[in-house]
Design a protein around this ligand. Structure first.
Ligand code: ADP
Ligand code: GLC
Length: 480
């Protein structure tokens, strides 16, 4: 099958979060399964610097804008990547979505409309590339206009739209719709119109044959008002076409036995190595080197979704316990500042690194005793899967992909040997504090159980091959 996979980020070329991990790994898994995949991305300035050799393949005129299609390969693989090259992308430094002040780029609607217009041309072989996909696979709001634009073409390939996070919708006012000169045929309540606004996300949902999301639980949750952001009604109507497929993880990149970011590897049989990595992490973060306290790790975007405020508040109450915390992330200023202040107040207990650091993320997954991720909502979540694989039992809230991957250390599950982490039923301060205490208790007083939990997580299957197979089954139904 020929698949055009359109996305706004893909590891290792450009990454702000889990979408990049998925967009780097899933197309490769499809390619490895014998499919002809083209990964389509905007040619952002930082991406162009990371890409290897790049050649110009063709040129398009899109609503007056001249756009080039560049070709490269995903680093470390044979996967073909096509890049949409325009100054809106190639002459813009920094984060793909946000200015340094933390606000969305003012011209994001223009930028991603341009990207979607280019994708629709390519998908209908109007870009002189000599290649026509059987399937278009679009991801998140930045690609949401591709299915609607395709619907206006003669005999278009069918679209599948994956929702990685409904919290980001690409909603702009009506005058933006007019300014973008999008076809009026799309402006109706079954189209891109959402309460008299333009919604990229709704467009992707409304015009795709299948809507997938990244875990079975999230697929159910988004059909309820609490998680649907006003689109739950539309999703309920499309119930039969909404499918949850759990993300895999890149098992080479995230392999504790061979991880190049670690001074030494380990397996379920050599977990005795882990305390050494804990000591190195403590030293790297400037904490006292000591095996006794429970070392709690945390990595991620510092935003409300991730329950950062709950963590900060809970820590204020439980620092009488023998615990240490290492945190890595960036996001909202107020959370970054609060974490910095807490680390200043308790330098022996809490260490924080604000910023993005791939290597440190690996060393935290390996060196921490437990990984804290009490997200309020979590479409899939990758970090809890990385921590399972690294023998670092996670503490999570029973929601979305967290609920689908972590099995609570209840007496029953411990007895059965299935427990692999701590699961709380409420995203609140009390529950977070309780869970950290529970992890400490198991780690310190029930080491056999703790070891069994570590091993259970490390042996869980997370390969992309199986998830990719589920996407292929949907692609086949789209063609059949
Ligand atoms: P989300 O996509 O909602 O941010 P995920 O858990 O799906 O959450 O994926 C987050 C990805 O981004 C993981 O690969 C994680 O390791 C990485 N990540 C997030 N913040 C940082 C950071 N500050 N430094 C390094 N990696 C980070
Ligand atoms: C989003 C979600 C996260 C998911 C990732 C990849 O960023 O917040 O839960 O793992 O996409 O699908």
């Amino acid at each position: 099958m020929k698949i055009l996979f359109a996305t706004s980020e893909a590891h290792p070329l450009i990454k702000t979060g889990g979408l990049a991990d998925v967009s780097g790994a899933l197309p490769r898994a499809l390619h490895d399964a014998g499919h002809d995949v083209r990964l389509l991305l905007p040619a952002y300035a930082p991406l162009l610097r990371k890409a290897g050799a790049v050649i110009a393949r063709s040129e398009l005129m899109l609503d007056g804008a001249r756009v080039r299609v560049l070709e490269t390969r995903l680093p470390g693989s044979a996967l073909v990547v096509w890049l949409i090259d325009h100054p809106l992308f190639s002459e813009r430094e920094g984060n793909p979505y946000m200015s340094p002040s933390g606000h969305p780029w003012h011209d994001n609607p223009e930028r991603f409309t341009l990207f979607c217009r280019a994708a629709a041309r390519i998908a209908t072989d109007q870009a002189m590339l000599g290649w026509r996909p059987d399937i278009v696979h679009a991801n998140d709001w930045q690609t949401g206009l591709i299915p609607p634009l395709l619907s206006l073409e003669h005999n278009p390939p069918p679209s599948l739209f994956t929702l990685h996070n409904m919290a980001y919708q690409g909603v702009f006012d009506r005058s933006t719709f007019e300014r973008l000169r999008l076809p009026w045929a799309l402006w109706h309540d079954r189209g891109v119109e959402f309460w008299n606004n333009l919604s990229f996300l709704k467009g992707g949902i409304a015009y795709s044959r299948f809507i997938t999301t990244v875990s079975p639980s999230y697929a159910r949750e988004i059909q309820t008002p609490a998680f649907g952001y006003g689109l739950d009604g539309l999703l309920r109507e499309r119930q039969a076409d909404v499918v949850g497929i759990l993300n895999g993880i890149d098992e080479q990149e995230w392999n504790p036995a061979t991880d190049p970011y670690l001074p030494t590897g380990y397996t379920p049989e050599s977990l005795d190595t882990k305390p050494r990595l804990k000591a190195l992490l403590q030293a790297e973060m400037g904490l006292p080197v000591d095996e006794a306290p429970l070392l709690v790790g945390l990595i991620g975007r510092m935003v409300e979704q991730k329950g950062i405020d709950l963590v900060l508040e809970a820590l204020n109450h439980i620092l009488y316990l023998p615990i240490q915390v290492v945190a890595l992330g960036s996001g909202e200023r107020r959370f970054e500042d609060a974490f910095r202040a807490l680390a200043l107040a308790y330098p022996d207990r809490i260490a924080v690194r604000i910023g993005y650091d791939e290597g440190l993320a690996h060393r935290i997954e390996a060196g921490a005793d437990t990984f804290l991720m009490p997200s309020r909502f979590e479409p899939c979540g990758l970090n809890q899967m990385y921590s399972l694989r690294y023998g670092t039992p996670p503490i999570v809230h029973r929601v979305g992909g967290l609920a689908d991957t972590v099995i609570h250390a209840s007496d029953e599950n411990l007895a059965k040997g299935t427990a692999n982490g701590i699961v709380i039923d409420n995203a609140d301060t009390l529950a977070v504090g309780w869970a950290i205490g529970e992890a400490l208790h198991l780690y310190r007083d029930r080491p056999d159980h703790w070891r069994a939990m570590q091993r259970a997580g490390m042996q869980q299957p997370f390969s992309w091959a199986e998830s990719a197979g589920r996407y292929v089954a949907l692609y086949k139904r789209m063609l059949g």
